[in-house]
Design a protein around this ligand. Structure first.
Ligand SMILES: *Cc1c(COP(=O)(O)O)cnc(C)c1O
Length: 393
């Protein structure tokens, strides 16, 4: 497509949009109809095909417009938009993995990736799994077996912000005949494009930065058409986690400002991380933009526009004091999710069963903080006054 020559901002606005032929409206409409008119003789049609407009579970108009935009922004050949980020993860694993296959996956991932691979696929379908610290390339090499079908990583990883070298892991995967999937949700395609670094699949929770406004859910798998046709046939049409036309439309609208929002997220998170690092009551700050972050050099290499809006930090305080601190925040909201316009914070206590997989500073309870696009000064002032009210200055 010729549009590939255009800049990221231009493509975020234009790809997938067109003048509506019927009304002349300059934005494509929401098509809520769940079925499409059939040809004169439909008996030869494949009811499980995504090729033609047929039924919205096989692929709706708004889904297709959104897929066109996301594939373009990620630098991928094709995209499948689904109902959530987890539908994208499970759709990928379901289509790709067979009993007896082996998967290497990162010690730091979204919780559902861990549950799917390590519990559900492992126990129900006899898919073998090895959890590895993917910041350690030698450990990844050692974990790969002849039966390894997939390496799944997340960078920056949720919730510790661990950074994995995408290009280096792609080399290890391909040298062993395995595929690499990268969950790119924390970075967004504005900051990082895994396919350009050698990954076979990029996963996005569209719920987060790409929608950006905290008001809809979606997920995407980006990759080569030959792989995605299989995932579409097996996972979208037969598992059925299709995205609603309305959510696809909302995400389409939100994504037009992705680069503008990401710049503000990047800038705000960097300011907040540097400020937090100066506070005597702060035990640690993990943000890939800080020189103190173990993965900073790799992050600089693969996150070309910035380090994202999420950071984690802990206080020199006990469990209850962490909760008290949150209760004093006025602008920053106590809620899960991330990548919203508004700043969100969540206290991850000591009961995460995966703590043994994280570095030690994460063992005593810490915050995951999604820095929003408000004024950085207001966010910092909110943190400062909450520390003061908690008696932690
Ligand atoms: C939120 C999230 C997901 C899951 O996305 P949903 O849209 O909530 O299903 C997957 N990966 C990462 C890194 C996430 O932060």
């Amino acid at each position: 497509m010729q549009e590939k020559q255009l800049g990221f901002h231009t493509r975020a606005v234009h790809t997938g949009n067109a003048v509506d032929k019927e009304t002349g409206a300059i934005k494509r409409p929401i098509t809520m109809a769940n079925s499409y008119e059939l040809p004169y003789d439909p008996t030869d049609m494949n009811w499980s095909s995504a090729a033609a407009n047929l039924y919205t579970r096989n692929g709706g108009s708004n889904q297709k417009y959104l897929q066109e935009r996301i594939a373009d922004l990620e630098g991928g050949e094709d995209c499948i938009a689904l109902s959530s980020g987890v539908a994208a993860l499970s759709g990928l694993f379901f289509a790709l993995l067979q009993s007896g296959d082996h998967v290497v996956f990162a010690n730091v991932t979204y919780i559902a990736a861990y549950r799917l691979l390590n519990e559900l696929f492992n126990n129900k379908f006899k898919v073998e799994t090895t959890i590895v610290d993917t910041t350690d390339l030698e450990a990844v090499k050692a974990a790969v077996r002849p039966t390894t079908k997939l390496i799944h990583i997340e960078t920056p990883g949720n919730p510790t912000l661990a950074i994995t070298d995408i290009a280096a892991i792609a080399e290890i995967a391909h040298a062993n005949g395995a595929l690499l999937s990268v969950d790119n949700t924390f970075a967004s395609p504005y900051n990082q494009r895994p396919i350009e670094l050698g990954a076979d699949f990029t996963i996005e929770s569209l719920t987060k930065y790409i929608n950006g406004h905290g008001d809809s859910m979606g997920g995407a798998i980006i990759g080569k058409k030959e792989h995605l046709d299989l995932i579409r046939a097996q996972s979208q049409i037969n598992l059925g986690g299709v995205i609603s036309p309305f959510n696809a439309w909302l995400i389409m609208r939100g994504s037009a400002t992705l680069p503008l929002r990401m710049r503000q997220h990047n800038e705000n998170a960097m300011k907040v991380a540097k400020w937090l690092e100066q506070q005597p009551s702060v035990r640690f700050v993990s943000y890939p933009g800080l020189e103190s972050h173990k993965g900073h050099e790799i992050a600089k290499k693969q996150m070309t526009n910035g380090f994202g809006g999420v950071l984690s930090f802990g206080l020199k305080a006990d469990h209850d004091t962490h909760n008290k601190f949150v209760s004093h925040l006025k602008i920053i909201t106590n809620a899960v999710s991330l990548g919203h316009d508004a700043s969100l914070i969540v206290f991850l206590g000591e009961n995460d069963e995966r703590q043994y997989l994280y570095p030690e500073e994460f063992h005593n309870g810490f915050f995951r903080f999604s820095v929003g696009i408000e004024d950085a000064e207001d966010i910092i002032e909110d943190l400062r006054q909450a520390l003061e009210k908690t008696g932690l200055t």
